[in-house]
Structures are given as C-alpha cells and as structure tokens.
Design a protein around this ligand. Structure first.
Ligand code: NAD
Length: 428
C-alpha cells in the first residue's frame, strides 16, 4: 500500500529542528502539488539503501577504538549516487538521510546525471591525529567498497573532510581494484585528477545565480548591497567573487560574529585579516555585528552560507533583503518559507544556489573518465551555462505553476526523478 502523505502542520513543527522532516516537508508539499502517483511517492520518499558500519581504528595509543559510520544512497534513477562524507561528533543517520535526499533533488535541479547519497562518521576530527584520521578513512572506505565506484556512488568532501580525505579514499579503493580509479571520488587534489575551479565552484555558482536574480529587480552589481553569513569555502569565496564582480558587500561573518559597513567592505582585506588573526575583530572602519543581527540587516541580497536553520519562524519576519541566495544547505526552515513568501522575498533555494559545487564535481568525474582535463576558463564557462539555464528553468517553472521558487525547485526535481523512474519502471 502507498505511504500516506504526512500532515503539513505536524511536519512543519518538527521541521524547525529535524533536518529529515525539514526536507520531507518540502518534498511532501511539492509531491501533493504535482499530484505524484502514490506508488512513485512511496518509492521516492525513502532511500534506496542505508549502510551502517562499525570502523575499528588503531589509535596512536595502540588501543582500538570503534567508530560508527553511515552511507545513505537515496536515489539512483538518474545515474550513480553522488554526495559528500562528513566527520563530526553530531552526525546522525537522520541527518545523513536528509542530506542524501537533498543531493538527489539538487542533482536533478541542475540536471546532472546523478542520484543522491551522503555519508558520515561519528567522530571528533579535531581530537584525532592525521594518522588516526587516515586509518579511519581507509577502513571506512574499505567497508564501503562494494557500494561505491564511478558507476555506483561517488563520494566527495563535506564538513571536516577535504582533498586529503578524498585522496585516501581514492587510494584505498584503487588498492583493492588493483589499478588507479580516480573517478571514485570528487574534490580530489588537482594533481590526482581533481578539477580546476572545484574549490571556488560553489561560491561562483552563487555569483552566477545572483547575477540573474538582480536583473528581476533592475539592479546592477554596484547598486546591490550584499550580506554574507559565513566566510568559509562558500561564504568567503562567494563574497570575494561578488566583490570582484563589483557588488557592494556590506557585511560578512564567521562563527564568532561579523562586521558591517554600509559603504561596503574591502573583502580581500577582510579575508586576509581573518586569515592572519583568525577573527574579524579589530578590522578597521567597520562596526561589529552578531550573526543574528547580520541576518536582519537592510540589504538587497542576503547569502546565508554558514549552517542550517538560521532563518526560522522566530526571525523570518525581520529579514529585509530582496533576494535570499541560500549558500548553505537548509539555512531556512520550512516554517519560515511561508513568511518569506508573504514578504515578497525572492528565494534562490539551496538546491539551486549552492549546486555549483556538485556541478563541477560532475565535471571532475567526466574529466577523470575521459582522462582529459579542461582549462579553468572552460570549467567556469560550463558552470555558468548550467547555473544560468537551471535558474531560468526554475523561474519559468515557478511562473507556470504559480508557486514560490522553493516549491518550484522541489517540483522540478521530483518531476524529473519521477519521469525517469516511471520510464525505467519500478522493479517490484
Ligand atoms: P566552511 O567550514 O568552509 O565554512 C563555514 C563558515 O560558517 C565559517 O566561516 C564558519 O566560521 C561559519 N559558521 C559555522 N557555524 C556557524 C554558526 N553556527 N553561525 C555562524 N557562522 C557559522 O563550510 P563551507 O564549505 O563554506 O559550507 C558552508 C555551508 O554550505 C554548509 O551548509 C555546507 O553544507 C554548504 N555547502 C557547501 C558546499 C561546498 O562546496 N563547500 C557545497 C554546497 C553546500
């Protein structure tokens, strides 16, 4: 029997805190509007496979410690599963499941031929030596060996994992395969089959979609005030690229707080200051703001690029931007969506706004399989083509169906996955 759809109110209440419910709230709303066939609904709302592994690791002390790890493969309808691996004490199967589903919808929104997956290991990487991290990564990779691969599931970095982690996974997989298989992961060092432009891809993707969005308000970069929450790979690089493109970036933050200047901030200098002092404090000519104050600043474009659940039902009313470009995954709760919509804020939802990263990961996988590597200009140009086309597809879809852009993104993604699932048929 088909799974009944969950009542909106119930879902919205727990969706303020539970990432899987937050994702499902959007999924259910879109599925209802699409009048999704109940059999397809039943299949698409659950993951294809969830693997839980126990990872014994010889610690530097000589003792064995056992870590718990997961890999959730949400959907394969459109191609191999794709998604990052995170290391954190807070990793839960619920979170990994939500992130895996998000990857399915994200890949479908930008129309790259992947399904969705995510992995995680419950550990505290800050307390572990490089040797311990390497041994844990290799054993985790070896536990996943039967279910990952260029044609099966292609991991990538996520929270607290990086190029080095990917190189270890690639090497472990290759040792078992008895030959080098660089297409098994993306986000590798460029010398080991990584793609030029991958590091900047998410921030650059945000720039491309914001460029399109401001045209709707007849704004140009020099007249557009931008606020960025977060200054890491997404926020820092996004702010830098927007600054270079002539935008007036008036605020930026890190986990400890931010800086604000209505006249615009010299972003390269501020990031240099952050790098040198590990803080934005004492950067000259600006006022300090807390992360919550920063979100409520008067601006044209707000880019939450730090972490999830930043815009909620308790602060959405005070958000003052015209365009919300979601750099982070899940920065807005499902309950806040309706408030933003009522205020007329144009939302570029996370599954489009931050899809530049997975798009260039797709390019990396293509280049690895061809054994031929592209110039950075080619990568950036192809990224721009995909981000702009996806933005236009989304806006057209929202207009045609008379729905907000977030709902449209989910509807578009679910529609694409549902079509492919229907054409392939359900092997039931
Ligand atoms: P990062 O670790 O490089 O940077 C995170 C930034 O956010 C840092 O400046 C940190 O100080 C700040 N931060 C962390 N917790 C915060 C908090 N509670 N309040 C305010 N600021 C906080 O991470 P990243 O790669 O830039 O990722 C940021 C977000 O973007 C995450 O949600 C991630 O899942 C998402 N994302 C990243 C990529 C990518 O390619 N890196 C792609 C898609 C989505």
């Amino acid at each position: 029997m088909a799974t009944p759809m969950v009542e909106d109110k119930l879902v919205l209440e727990s969706a303020e805190t539970n990432p899987f419910e937050a994702m499902m709230a959007r999924f259910d709303r879109a599925a209802k509007l699409l009048n999704l066939n109940p059999d397809l609904y039943a299949v698409m709302r659950v993951p294809n496979r969830e693997l839980k592994v126990y990872i014994p690791v010889r610690m530097d002390s000589g003792r064995i410690q056992v870590f718990e790890g997961y890999r959730v493969q949400h959907n394969f309808a459109r191609g191999p599963a794709k998604g990052g691996i995170r290391y954190s004490p807070d990793v839960t199967i619920e979170e990994v499941r939500a992130l895996a589903a998000w990857m399915t919808w994200k890949c479908a929104v930008v129309n790259v031929p992947f399904g969705g997956a995510k992995g995680g290991v419950v550990c505290d990487p800050w307390q572990m030596s490089q040797g311990e991290l390497e041994r844990m990564t290799r054993r985790y990779a070896s536990e996943l060996i039967d279910i990952i691969g260029p044609e099966k599931d292609v991991p990538a970095p996520d929270m607290n994992t990086n190029e080095q982690t990917m190189a270890w996974i690639m090497d472990t997989y290759s040792m078992h395969a008895r030959h080098t298989v660089n297409a098994v992961v993306t986000g590798k060092p460029v010398d080991l089959g990584g793609s030029k432009g991958r590091r900047e891809a998410t921030g650059r993707g945000i720039l491309f979609v914001v460029n399109e969005a401001i045209k709707r308000f007849k704004m140009t970069p020099p007249t557009t005030r931008v606020v960025v929450q977060g200054s890491g790979n997404v926020g820092g690089i996004g702010a830098q690229l927007m600054h270079e493109a002539g935008y007036k970036v008036i605020a930026i933050s890190d986990v400890y707080g931010g800086i604000h200047s209505p006249d615009g901030i010299d972003i390269p200098a501020a990031l240099e200051h952050l790098k040198a002092t590990r803080s934005f404090e004492e950067f000259p000519g600006v006022e300090s703001v807390s992360n919550s104050e920063l979100l409520e600043l008067e601006c044209d474009v707000l880019v939450p690029a730090a972490t999830e659940n930043q815009i909620r039902s308790d602060n959405a009313e005070r958000i003052k931007c015209k365009v919300l470009a979601e750099g982070a995954n899940g920065p807005t709760t499902a309950a806040a969506d309706a408030i933003l919509h009522r205020k007329g804020i144009f939302v570029i939802p996370d599954i489009l706004a931050n899809a530049g990263g997975v798009t260039v990961s797709y390019f990396e996988w293509v280049q690895d399989r061809m054994g031929y590597f592209w110039k950075e200009d080619v990568v950036n140009e192809r990224l721009q083509d995909i981000m702009v086309a996806s933005f236009n597809d989304l806006v057209k879809y929202a207009d045609t169906h008379n729905v907000d852009t977030r709902t449209a993104a989910y509807m578009l993604a679910i529609d694409r996955v549902a079509y492919d699932t229907r054409m392939r048929g359900i092997y039931a």
